[in-house]
Ligand binder design. Structure first.
Ligand code: 3NM
Length: 524
C-alpha cells in the first residue's frame, strides 16, 4: 500500500501499562481493536528495552499486515528499521524529522506531534506525512503533555493547513473518547477542512472489549455523528430577510410568556439579582444555580443554561463544565457569555476550557470579548480597535463574527451601539437600545439571560429567537429611558425591568405599538 493511501480514520496508539492491559496480552488487544476497524497502529512503549521493543514490534507487524494496516513505531527509528514496518511517529523532543526521513527513506510514513502553528509549519516544511495534533484534552494517559490546546487550538491549526493548502494529513489526540469524538470532529472542521482521523489510547486500550470500542469510535468518526449538528441555524433560516425574522418576534415573546421556560443562570456575583429579575420580567422562570451537580436535574426541565464567567474561579469552571455536559446530554440550549475574556490569562484559558468541554449554542459578548474568542486572536483586536468605535469598522466586525460563527458552528452575538448577530452566513445588525444600557453594570449579562429564555421557548429556530430577544431588550430600554421618572442610569434600571414586563404583557394582548421601533438590517 502506498503511504498516500493510508486511511487515518481511527488511529490506535498502544500503551503497555498494567492498568490498561490488566493482564491481557498487548498483541491480543491490538488484534481485537483491528477487528473493530482500527486503521493505523502506533506501537508506543517508552520503557521497554530495545530487544523487547523489536520483538514486540515484529509480532505486532505480523498482525497489522494481516489487516492491511500500517504499523508505526513511536520515537524509535531504529526499531522501525529493524522490523521493516511502515514508519514512525516522532514527538517534538525526539529525533528530528529530516534525519528520520534520511534514515527511513521517502516511502516511510512519518508523523509528527504538533501543538502550535510554528511546529506545524516546521513539520510540513520537512515533509511530515501526517500530524498528530494535541493535546486536545487533558488525559491521564500522558500527564506530561506540553499544552492542552482544546478544540480551539485544533481549529486554529486546521484552518492554517486549509488556508495554506498544505497536503499533510491530520489526526488529533488527547482525551478523545466515545462521548466527545463526534463533537470534536464536527466542531473542529474549519472552512471545510476536517481531520483525517482521530488517535486514541485509553478509549480502546482500556476498554473491556477493544473490538466493540474501536467499532463504535470508527462509526462515530466516519458519520461525523453529533446531535449538535441539528442545533445550528439552517442556510434557509439564515437567508431570511429582516422583515421575515421580525414577523416572528411577537410569537417568540408570547412563547416565552406561555411556556415560562427555566433560565438556569450560572452567573457572576455582580448580576445575580438583576438577572433573576430580568428573567422574570421577560416571562421566564429563573434559577441562579452555580453548583454543577444540580445541573443534570435542572436540565430535565426543558429550559436553557447561561454560563457567564464574570467572576470565574477554579471551582466555578468545574461547575460550568458539569452543567455544560448536562445540557449537552439532553440537547438543551447553552448561552455562553465570556465576560472579560481577553482580560487575563486565566480567562483566556477558561474560554478554551469551556469551548473544549462541550457545545455552546449562543456566544454573546461585547466587542473585545467576542474578538478574544477568535482562535489565534483577531486582526481587528490587534490593531487596537476596542468597544466604542463601532461606526467605521462595523463591516470588519461583521466579517469577524461571521467567520467566528461559521468556524464554531454556533450563533454569535456581539453587543455594542449596534448589536451584531450571525450564525455564519448572514450578519444582522440591530440598532435598538439606549446609552443607559452601557452605564449600568450587568445589562450585557442580562441580555444573555433574555436570550436564554427566547432560545428555550423557540429551540428549533434559535437565530430568530436570539434576534427577537435582542430587539425586545433594546426597545424596552428605549421606552424606559424616555420615561419621565427616569433621570439617569440609576432610575433607568427599575424602569427597564418594568418595560421588559410591560412590552411582554402588551405583546401577549396583541398590542404591538412598541414593535414599530424595531431596527434590524442585514449588513454582511
Ligand atoms: N500523545 P488518551 S496525548 C500518546 O498530546 C499521547 O501528543 C499525546 O491518550 C500528545 O487517548 C497522548 O488515552 C495520550 O487520552 C492520549
Amino acid at each position: 500500500m502506498s503511504k498516500h493511501d493510508v486511511d487515518y480514520t481511527l488511529y490506535l496508539v498502544t500503551d503497555s501499562s498494567p492498568n490498561y492491559l490488566r493482564g491481557r496480552d498487548l498483541c491480543q488487544v491490538v488484534e481485537e481493536a483491528l477487528r473493530g476497524d482500527v486503521t493505523v497502529v502506533q506501537y508506543r512503549d517508552k520503557t521497554s528495552d530495545t530487544g523487547v521493543l523489536v520483538s514486540t514490534a515484529r509480532k505486532l507487524h505480523e498482525i497489522t499486515k494481516k489487516y492491511k494496516v500500517p504499523l508505526l513505531i513511536n520515537d524509535r527509528v531504529d526499531v522501525a528499521l529493524a522490523v521493516g514496518c511502515e514508519g514512525v511517529h516522532i514527538g517534538q523532543d525526539d529525533l528530528d524529522l529530516h534525519t528520520a526521513r534520511k534514515i527511513l527513506g521517502e516511502d516511510a510514513i512519518i508523523g509528527v506531534t504538533v501543538s502550535n502553528l510554528a511546529e506545524v509549519e516546521t513539520a510540513v516544511k520537512w515533509g511530515a506525512d501526517y500530524l498528530g495534533i494535541g493535546t486536545v484534552f487533558a488525559t491521564p494517559t500522558k500527564q506530561n503533555t506540553k499544552s492542552i490546546i482544546g478544540v480551539e487550538g485544533l481549529q486554529e491549526i486546521l484552518l492554517k493547513i486549509e488556508t495554506e493548502k498544505w497536503p499533510v494529513k491530520t489526526v488529533c489526540i488527547g482525551g478523545i473518547n466515545e462521548s466527545n469524538v463526534g463533537r470534536v470532529v464536527w466542531q473542529s472542521t474549519a472552512n471545510g477542512r476536517s481531520l483525517d482521523g482521530v488517535a486514541v489510547v485509553s478509549a480502546i486500550m482500556a476498554a473491556e472489549t477493544p473490538e466493540w470500542a474501536a467499532n463504535r469510535l470508527y462509526k462515530l468518526i466516519k458519520t461525523r455523528k453529533t446531535p449538535f449538528a441539528n442545533a445550528l441555524a439552517t442556510s434557509k433560516q439564515q437567508k431570511r430577510s429582516p422583515q421575515e425574522l421580525l414577523a416572528l418576534v411577537p410569537d417568540i415573546i408570547k412563547a416565552v410568556h406561555t411556556r415560562k421556560p427555566l433560565s438556569h443562570n450560572m452567573t457572576n456575583l455582580v448580576v445575580q439579582n438583576f438577572a433573576a429579575n430580568v428573567a422574570l420580567s421577560v416571562g421566564a422562570s429563573p434559577i441562579m444555580a452555580n453548583y454543577g451537580e444540580e445541573a443534570a436535574d435542572l436540565a430535565k426541565l426543558g429550559g436553557a443554561l447561561v454560563i457567564n464567567m464574570g467572576t470565574v474561579t477554579p471551582d466555578g469552571l468545574k461547575n460550568y463544565l458539569k452543567a455544560l455536559k448536562a445540557y449537552n446530554d439532553v440537547g438543551l440550549p447553552v448561552v455562553f457569555d465570556p465576560v472579560g475574556a481577553g482580560a487575563t490569562a486565566v480567562r483566556r484559558s477558561a474560554v478554551k476550557t469551556i469551548f473544549g468541554g462541550g457545545y455552546v449554542d449562543v456566544l454573546k459578548g461585547n466587542q473585545s470579548e467576542i474578538l478574544s474568542c477568535v482562535p489565534g486572536g483577531s486582526n481587528i483586536q490587534q490593531r487596537g480597535v476596542d468597544s466604542g468605535s463601532d461606526g467605521q469598522n462595523l463591516q470588519e466586525l461583521a466579517s469577524a463574527i461571521k467567520e467566528l460563527a461559521k468556524l464554531r458552528k454556533h450563533i454569535v452575538v456581539m453587543t455594542g451601539k449596534t448589536d451584531l448577530v450571525s450564525a455564519g452566513e448572514t450578519v444582522f445588525a440591530i440598532e435598538n437600545g439606549h446609552e443607559y444600557l452601557g452605564m449600568v453594570t450587568g445589562t450585557g449579562c442580562c441580555l444573555g439571560t433574555t436570550i436564554s429564555a427566547m432560545v428555550a421557548a423557540h429551540p428549533n429556530d434559535k437565530l430568530s429567537a436570539v434576534i427577537a430577544g435582542t430587539v425586545y431588550y433594546g426597545i424596552a430600554a428605549e421606552i424606559a429611558a424616555e420615561r419621565e421618572d427616569v433621570k439617569g442610569p440609576g432610575t433607568f434600571v427599575p424602569a427597564f425591568i418594568d418595560e421588559l414586563h410591560n412590552v411582554r404583557k402588551a405583546t401577549v394582548k396583541g398590542h404591538l405599538e412598541w414593535f414599530k421601533r424595531a431596527k434590524v438590517s442585514v449588513i454582511s
